[in-house]
Design a protein. Sequence first.
Length: 408
Amino acid sequence: MTRKPSRRSSPTGTAPGLASPNPGSPLASLSRAAIEEREARELAPFAMKVAASRGRQHDEPEHAFRTAYMRDRDRVIHAAAFRRLEYKTQVFVNHEGDSYRTRLTHTMEVAQVARTLARALRLNEDLTEAIALSHDIGHGPFGHAGESALADLMKDHGGFEHNAHGLRNVDVLERRYASFRGLNLTYEVREAFAMHAPGDKRALGFERCRPLLEAQLVDVCDNLTYTSHDLDDGIAAGCITPEEMREAELWGATWDGVVAEHADLPRPLQVSTAVKRVLDACVSDLLAATAARIGASGVDSPEAVRAHPHLLVGYSDAFGRAQRALARRLHERFYRHPRLVRMAQKGRRFLRQIFEAYTSDPATLERPTKAWADEVGVPRAVCDHLASMTDRQALDEYRRLFTPYERA
């Protein structure tokens, strides 16, 4: 369904009712053209400039004072798929507590860290933020357990993977504009979904190449953010203790230092202080190592980044080993905790039973999903329907289908 994108949205026009500021006006410095000129002057040679974007799939007038990447960011924020992240699992299902991270708060944390690093590296902050805010909108309910269930259910029907589904969301499933399906995002934001999906990128309509530095940065920030904050939530939930995580050197040395310096602090404050220091250490090493790697590579354009044989955003070798050891320890002690395993099993079972109920008798589908099934087939339409659900919606749907006294 991917069409050749236009080079620019519409270089000659502006959106209706949004006239470009008069060149002599004080507002001229706030115009889209002025922002693009500042990008050309201030961003690094290897950063992606919006003026060089490959454009959108459908031509649209340019905005008077927002660049194409700024509009992409705003379109993602206003998308239904983005709003639903508030009630989708990060680690804990939403009803288990109001203070744990959700998929939405995780996304906001990724965007904050990535934008800070993009500014330090002189990358395109607006593109980085648009990629960060959209990076998880393809996730279904119940986190990675839900994704594995949908992948298994769809193995004979084209498969399911959350990055590819995120691209499907922004290209096809979102309906907010009268003249086209999807959000009509720029090529570069859409490309980031494909670059993070496994398999041949050409199957999703993109070239085989390295991701832009902005997309590489979001990918690493996603990892470092969920590692540090899943650690925070795991300790807060009582699934793990600071002491049992000490075998991971990055956490152990940090925790010991905090306890030695702040022995009188309440334990929750000791934990939050240690988590913040781990996050700061990750960000600091990532910035220094990435800047050194970019400098040594000699890349001087986004095209050179795409053609480079290696990814350029990453930790130093020693710190990378320490960070991976912490992630492994989390996997062993936290992600395999019986409380999480039980919920994952229930989530997979709920999705499997709902999927089988609808695909075995499509007459039970509501009218919008039934109409969509006529276009894309029953399995894909049911998968799209399930993947769009929040945890709460999936639980309600399960009760509606399988509880005898629940209203149908």
